[in-house]
Design a protein around this ligand. Structure first.
Ligand code: SAM
Length: 621
């Protein structure tokens, strides 16, 4: 599409991310030539509305939270691009949403009666439609950090409904159109017939305040100095860009929120409380249902990811000249049926793994980031492991729960008491697959684990059960004064050459042995990354007592695991993993701390990294 708009064209060549999947917004922005990626935010719209003076303040705050949440992903991506040096470093994140009313927020009707209540409330009156927008601009700083600023604004449009007869209202309601529209109508379709006049930006009522958005872009790209840069989340008060905006959230889909000045005064205490009860009940109910659906369908989503990954869909799209392919080309490349491929691609789009423009499919930033098989942060290895090993085990979960045993025999025809030393694990391809899985997790989480604590006073480290060495290399990279010995079973050390980085640091060395039986290499820091959860308390005590013997006072043990919440309420990844019924068990930070304490180690720090693994540092007394 030719770019007609000189302001929009300023975004050409920049990565623009839209944190909303509303089809109307997508259409409005696509029509003016904006190229963007869609990454719907998972931020739940559950901020307490009573804490906001106006509905629009609530909406803008939610918009900002959504934008900031999506920004996390992209900041990560920007850093990745920086590290590997092949992409521009200017990201624009756009998140917006909302709609509302003055006092009363009309959301999507839950049934026809609800739609009737909403529409009859609007009949013959003027109401306001608000949309809130939050724009996050990311800038590269010299020290490889990403700086950003948040700009937010709102648009208000007044809409007057004609006097609507019950017959007309019911005809409209029976058309089905109101049911997925906040406010209960769609102005761009049949709902247009209800409207007497519109004052303000019509597109704002459809879903996006394009005019004001372009004006804001104009200000953003005006000569430097017109915006205040902030490293923290701010609304640039006093800058040329407006700050305090109105709006509220009506879900990500269609806007059409309304404010009804002529509606009963909702500021009186009793009425306000009643209103809140109704809204909360509705929101709560909707949230529970959507959580339920997520749980019921979660396995399908996982299998879509596994299958697309196994069929190399993401690699195939990346390898095409333009990075885009039509379904039939993908089908040909992956040697699959047209019908099946089309459905798989559609499902991937719905999960945010792919994006589609017309008939062309392309990777999203998220899939480029994590799903290309040769990407530096590829999770392909772990995904394959989940598909080939964890999935069959979980197919027998019911028996696993009844018997309290792992289901290797049922799933693979062979029992497995010690995953690392039995015949099944010893098979070359199984071991390699396992190592690839460990490698991919270590690549993604290694940097955060390695930088979790200040280790500058230590000279040597030993990564026990270091597998491919990925974690050891991360520690060496993060601590220039540290030499790291990677220790693992002989057959693993033998295969670790497959994973040696091309710029391998010679401060990392490899030693073969059995950490339960053999002497451990001497070190100031012992790293146990994803080791202890594999073993019973009894075995953990054997290992820790060997480490304690090897340690001088002041030396330390760094344990990296998924830490369970102390009250076991979350996060659930560790609890889910525990269902594979290995000999070991998942533990909380304080449980690890107690285990270490019994071997003379005092907990110095616990770090929740917000990555796949957390870490605890314990020092020998
Ligand atoms: N630490 C690595 C990481 O975080 O990526 C790998 C963790 S993996 C779950 C467990 C590792 O412990 C495997 O590499 C396995 O070969 C190693 N291992 C298991 N039993 C061992 C033993 N008795 N002696 C040495 N290493 C062992």
């Amino acid at each position: 599409m030719v770019l007609m708009n000189p302001v929009i064209s300023k975004l050409t060549g920049k990565l623009v991310v839209l944190a909303s999947a509303s089809p109307r917004r997508l259409e409005i922005l696509t029509n003016v030539g904006l190229r963007f990626e869609v990454v719907p935010s998972w931020f739940k719209e559950t901020l307490d509305k009573r804490l906001f003076k106006t509905p629009h303040e609530y909406a803008v705050e939610t918009a900002k939270q959504k934008a900031l949440e999506v920004k996390q992903i992209y900041t990560f991506e920007c850093l990745w691009f920086l590290n590997f040096g092949y992409y521009l470093l200017y990201t624009v994140l756009v998140v917006f949403f909302s709609q509302t009313v003055d006092g009363l927020i009309l959301e999507k009707p839950v049934d026809k009666q609800d739609a009737y209540r909403m529409l009859s409330r609007l009949s013959g009156k003027e109401h306001s439609v608000f949309t809130g927008v939050a724009i996050i601009l990311c800038h590269e700083k010299e020290d490889e950090e990403i700086d950003y600023q948040v700009i937010d604004f709102y648009e208000e449009t007044k809409v007057k409904f004609a006097d609507l007869s019950d017959d007309l209202l019911w005809e409209y309601i029976n058309s089905g159109e109101p049911m997925d529209k906040a406010g209960g109508y769609g102005i761009q379709a049949l709902g247009g017939m209800l409207v007497e006049y519109v004052h303000g930006d019509f597109l704002n009522v459809v879903g996006f305040p394009l005019n004001q958005f372009c004006k804001k872009l104009g200000l953003i790209f005006s000569p430097p100095g017109s915006l205040t840069h902030n490293s923290a989340q701010t609304s640039p008060q006093g800058s040329p860009v407006d700050t305090v905006p109105p709006c509220s959230e009506n879900g990500e889909d269609e806007p059409q929120g309304t404010s009804d000045p002529a509606a009963p005064d909702l500021t009186s205490r009793g009425t306000m409380q009643m209103q809140n009860v109704r809204e909360n009940e509705t929101e709560d109910g909707k949230e529970k249902l959507s959580k339920m659906i997520e749980l019921m369908d979660g396995f399908k989503a996982s299998k879509v990811l596994f299958t697309a990954s196994k069929l190399h869909v993401f690699d195939v799209l990346r390898s095409s000249k333009t990075g885009e392919l039509q379904a039939e080309d993908v089908a040909q490349e992956i040697k699959a049926s047209m019908k099946g491929t089309e459905r798989l691609l559609e499902a991937c789009v719905s999960l945010g793994l792919l994006q589609r423009t017309g008939k062309e499919y392309a990777n999203t930033a998220m899939s480029r980031h994590f799903l290309l098989s040769d990407g530096p942060l590829s999770l392909q290895g772990y995904i394959q492991h989940c598909n080939e090993l964890v999935w069959p085990l979980f197919t027998h979960l019911e028996t696993a729960v009844r018997e309290g045993t792992n289901q290797h025999e049922k799933a693979f025809g062979k029992s497995s008491d010690n995953l690392f030393q039995d015949a099944y694990y010893s098979r070359h391809e199984v071991k390699l697959r396992f190592m690839k899985a460990m490698h991919s997790i270590a690549k993604v989480s290694g940097r955060d684990v390695a930088t979790a604590f200040d280790l500058s006073k230590y000279k040597t480290a030993c990564d026990l059960g270091g597998c491919t060495g990925a974690m050891a290399y991360e520690f060496a990279k993060a601590h220039p004064g540290l030499s790291v010995t990677m220790f693992d079973l002989p057959e693993v050390i033998e295969m670790s050459g497959h994973f040696r980085p091309h710029d391998a640091d010679d401060r990392v060395s490899f030693v073969a042995g059995d950490f339960f039986k053999d002497e451990l290499p001497k070190a100031d820091v012992y790293i146990l990354a994803r080791i202890l959860h594999d073993w019973s308390d009894e075995k953990v005590h054997i290992l820790l007592s060997k480490i304690a013997k090897a340690c001088n006072p002041g030396c330390c043990v760094l344990v990296s695991e998924i830490f369970l919440d102390e009250d076991r309420k979350g996060p659930s990844r560790g609890l889910l993993q525990a269902l594979s019924m290995t000999e070991g068990r998942q533990r909380s930070a304080s449980e690890y701390s107690l285990l270490l304490k019994s071997h003379g180690f005092t907990t110095a720090q616990v770090k929740h990294t917000h990555n796949l693994l957390d870490a605890i540092l314990c020092v020998a007394e």
